[in-house]
Ligand binder design. Structure first.
Ligand code: FE2
Ligand code: FE2
Length: 181
C-alpha cells in the first residue's frame, strides 16, 4: 500500500480505537476516562481532518480533469459534510459532559452522540480509503506522494501541548494517567 494511504488509514484505526475506549468508559460510567478520551478523540479527529482538507483533498483534485474531477469534487463535498457533522457532534458532547457532574442521563446522551459519530465515521473512512486515498497513489508521481506524505505527517504530529507524546499516541495506561493527574 502506498505510504499516504497507509499513514491515513493507520490514523483511522487509532481514532477508532480511541472512540471504542470512549464508548467503554461511558458505558462503565467512568467520568474521568470519558473526559480524557473524548478530548483526545476530538483533538485527533481535528488534526486528521485538517490534514485531509489542507493537503490530501487539494493534492488529489488539482490533478484530476473533466468527469473524474466532478466525481471527486462530489465525493469530497460529502466527506466535508461528514467532517462538519463529526466535529459538531463531538463539540456538543464535550459541552454536555462539562455541564454537570456525571448524571447517568447525561452520559447516555453523550454515548448516543458518540455512537452516531462511530456509525457515520465507519462509512466515511471506507469511502476515503477506497477512493480518495487510493487516487493519491495513482494520480501523483512518486516524489509528489513523498512530499504529500511529509506534509500530512507534519499535520498529524501537530499535537496540542496539553497532550504528552504518549497520550497523543493513545499509549497511556490508566495508571500513567493517575500519576499525571
Ligand atoms: Fe475524513
Ligand atoms: Fe480520513
Amino acid at each position: 500500500m502506498a505510504e499516504v494511504r497507509l499513514r491515513l488509514s493507520d490514523d483511522h484505526h487509532t481514532v477508532s480505537e480511541v472512540l471504542d475506549q470512549l464508548l467503554t468508559a461511558l458505558e462503565n460510567k467512568d467520568v474521568q476516562t470519558s473526559h480524557s478520551k473524548l478530548d483526545l478523540l476530538w483533538a485527533r479527529l481535528a488534526v486528521h481532518i485538517r490534514a485531509e482538507h489542507l493537503h490530501l483533498f487539494p493534492a488529489v483534485t488539482d490533478r484530476l480533469t473533466d468527469s473524474d474531477l466532478s466525481e471527486a469534487q462530489a465525493i469530497v463535498k460529502n466527506l466535508r459534510a461528514d467532517h462538519d457533522f463529526f466535529m459538531h457532534e463531538l463539540a456538543r458532547a464535550i459541552g454536555v459532559l462539562r455541564e454537570l457532574p456525571g448524571s447517568d442521563a447525561k452520559l447516555a446522551t453523550v454515548a448516543d452522540a458518540v455512537r452516531a459519530v462511530k456509525e457515520r465515521l465507519a462509512t466515511h473512512n471506507e469511502i476515503e480509503e477506497n477512493q480518495i486515498y487510493r487516487w493519491s497513489s495513482t494520480v501523483l508521481s512518486e516524489s509528489e506522494q513523498l512530499e504529500l506524505l511529509a506534509r500530512i505527517n507534519a499535520e498529524l504530529e501537530n499535537r496540542p501541548p496539553r497532550f504528552s507524546e504518549q497520550a497523543w499516541a493513545n499509549q497511556l495506561t490508566l495508571s500513567d494517567q493517575d500519576q499525571s493527574s
